[in-house]
Design a binder for this molecule. Structure first.
Ligand SMILES: [Zn+2]
Length: 111
């Protein structure tokens, strides 16, 4: 077992109430080579946040930003359609080689 990066913990649970986030709570807004932007909504307290996932030589880093917008509103601001959760598997494969525990969490949650 390798060490889990602390940076990944943001996505593992709601930053407001501490509930674990499910894959269904996550909507991917855009996906680029080094950066993925997603919207997460807590099923318990309905807190929403935009998360930027950056992939660089240091590993995977996530930066969260609270928002009042729901995922559709954010998606429209990004000028694209929200990607369904199946796309998370692609993201998982993208991050997997970088030791992204976030995606391991998501994958486990889909079972
Ligand atoms: Zn919450």
């Amino acid at each position: 077992m390798k060490n889990k990066p602390d940076k990944a913990d943001f996505l593992a649970k709601c930053s407001v109430c501490g509930k674990s986030l499910d894959p269904d709570d996550i909507v991917i807004l855009s996906e680029k080579e080094q950066k993925t932007t997603m919207h997460v909504t807590c099923a318990k307290c309905r807190s929403a946040a935009i998360v930027f996932l950056l992939n660089n030589q240091l590993g995977v880093m996530s930066v969260g930003m609270a928002t009042d917008l729901d995922s559709e509103e954010v998606a429209s601001k990004f000028g694209g359609e929200a990607i369904n959760s199946d796309e998370i598997l692609d993201l998982y494969q993208f991050v997997d080689g970088e030791g992204g525990d976030i995606m391991r969490l998501i994958k486990n949650g889909k079972n």
